[in-house]
Design a protein around this ligand. Sequence first.
Ligand code: ZN
Ligand code: ZN
Length: 292
Amino acid sequence: MDKRLKFALGLFIVHVGSLLVFKTGVSWASLIIALILYQIRSLGVMAGQHRYFAHRSFKTSRPMEFLIGIMAILSAHGPIIDWMAHHKVHHRDTETPNDLHSPRVYGFWTAHVGWFFKRSFLEVEIPASLKKLMTPELRFLDKIHDLVFVVQAFALYFVGSYLEKNFPHWNTNGLQLLTVAFFIAYTLSFHVTFAVNTICHMYGIRDFDVSDDSRNNFFIALIGNGEGWHNNHHRFPKSAQSGFYWWQIDGSYYFIRVLELCRLVWSVNRVDPALIEAASLKASKLSFTKSN
Ligand SMILES: [Zn+2]
Ligand SMILES: [Zn+2]
């Protein structure tokens, strides 16, 4: 099946499926399971696909890389190799026609969801340097990407049915769990990731003077595990930490930090605070005021 059609179909199914909530309603059990799964999938794409696979902002062992790969695949944001290749273009050719996610070039809707209808989505070249990074087990994960997505839907339906039978006081069932933890949770997850490229290139604060439109957006950072600090990220793309101050909440970095404390990851890239201060627009304004 054409990759574009597959993406469109997946997105259509989760949106339409979400409407079932008017029939199933929600329960605490379904909400808690959905939240846990949302978080695993979100960290899979934000900390896994993005900060590890695309930017290599920390190092880890091969078994741990495989586990991060599983989380990335659970996020259903596309095969690891494709994601890395597309993201490379987003940084290299930001705000040019090559960057399908640019609202400046394509407008909000095409940059948000319309990009996968474009022919050039299929034509992104995958450099040999990226192919070399793919171990056989990561290639295997990429192969079963679509299957993992579909299996999750069936698994949630069966878990919900099991809970209905054995824990009736939890007030959930197969259809409800499928609706809340699969359809709705995925719909949100996809839009939050897309919003990093659209909302965070349109609305927010620019702390660094970079050549693209990237902005820091607190709300997207909050629901997107720190990826809303997108202006910070465009300025320091190799950093594993995107929230530079205590109030810049960065769930992906907290996750990486916990893994680091457990010695499961190491060589975590961080930016020297002095460099952040020196590069920030506030600093350039200050020095401008002083010299005048
Ligand atoms: Zn960007
Ligand atoms: Zn990036």
